[in-house]
Design a protein around this ligand. Structure first.
Ligand SMILES: [Fe+2]
Length: 297
């Protein structure tokens, strides 16, 4: 059983037009727009679907308003899909759609799905030298892939939520803290593809992170978003756990989105770190006033 990555994210949104505009400005290519909403397809082959919150085809959510309604994971082959179906079928309902995709709920009730990972578009070779090549990037972001998603978990449920992904779906632990657990699926070296964030009393979707090239693309993308009227949720910084550079924005589709770059890479030699005290949110952040009062980590 090998889960490769986040494959597709399905949002249910109150203001569908605003949601579509947001992801267009975020830098995702829209491949289809119609009465049901829009579908964005990234160069990685991953997709984002913006649907009406009232769409009866979407899985129900305990959250009201705009939010993520289903997180679909991509797997490497048909045998993995069958293995996941058999494993989850032992103690929960597993639906199967017309394309063979699976649909279920995780241990704390988030709707999850599984299907074969789509192929990525061929990548243009990067310039090997700066010689006679002035730096002149596009003044906005064009994320290449979705790297991770984050769910807030009510504090008492963190252990069982984590065990589900580790034991049933073969995720690996990168860092475990009292504030939450950073997990990576089998097909990635990224420090986390799923962060389960411990909250005193709340179970909710928190954010999805899109990888960009570097700090320039984070800042150019964020400034473009602000110019289009979207609101930053943090300033630019670098996390401690995962070490990624970041900038978060409030998403009208629900939760936040994050531009990130330069995340730690882990392989089988990585020994999970268990922290008795959380080492902190950021090693630096542009607006230092954000550090003491931050409620999200
Ligand atoms: Fe993140």
């Amino acid at each position: 059983m090998k889960i490769s990555r986040v494959e597709s994210l399905v949002y249910g949104v109150k203001d569908v037009d605003a949601g579509i505009r947001y992801f267009e400005d975020w830098g995702l290519p829209c491949i289809e727009r119609g009465a049901r909403g829009a579908e964005f397809r990234m160069p990685s082959g991953q997709s984002i679907l913006v649907r009406s919150a009232a769409d009866p085809a979407l899985p129900a959510s305990a959250e009201s308003g705009s939010t993520l309604r289903e997180a679909i994971w991509g797997v490497d082959d048909a045998a993995s899909l069958e293995a996941i179906g058999a494993e989850l079928g032992r103690d929960r309902e597993v639906g199967r759609d017309a394309q063979g995709g699976l649909h279920a709920r995780d241990e704390t009730g988030f709707a999850i799905g599984f299907r074969m990972a789509a192929p990525a578009a061929p990548r243009a070779p990067a310039a090997s030298s700066r010689m006679n090549r002035p730096f002149d990037p596009e003044r906005r972001a064009r994320p290449r892939k979705v790297g991770h998603i984050v769910f807030s978990i009510a504090r008492g449920d963190l252990e069982k939520a984590t065990a589900f992904y580790l034991q049933r779906l073969k995720f690996r632990l990168s860092d475990g803290t009292p504030g939450g657990n950073f997990l990576r699926c089998a097909g990635t070296h990224d420090h986390h593809s799923l962060f389960l964030l411990s909250r005193p009393d709340r179970r909710a979707f928190d954010h999805v992170a899109f990888e960009v090239r570097d700090i320039d693309e984070i800042i150019l993308g964020g400034k473009f978003m602000m110019g289009r009227g979207w609101k930053p949720n943090t300033s630019v910084g670098r996390h401690i756990l995962g070490s990624n550079l970041f900038w978060y924005f409030d998403n009208p589709c629900g939760g936040r989105t994050e531009y990130y770059a330069d995340m730690d890479q882990m392989d089988d030699d990585w020994k999970p770190r268990i922290w008795e005290k959380h080492p902190g949110y950021a090693m630096w952040i542009m607006d230092k006033d954000e550090l003491p009062g931050l409620t999200h980590i």
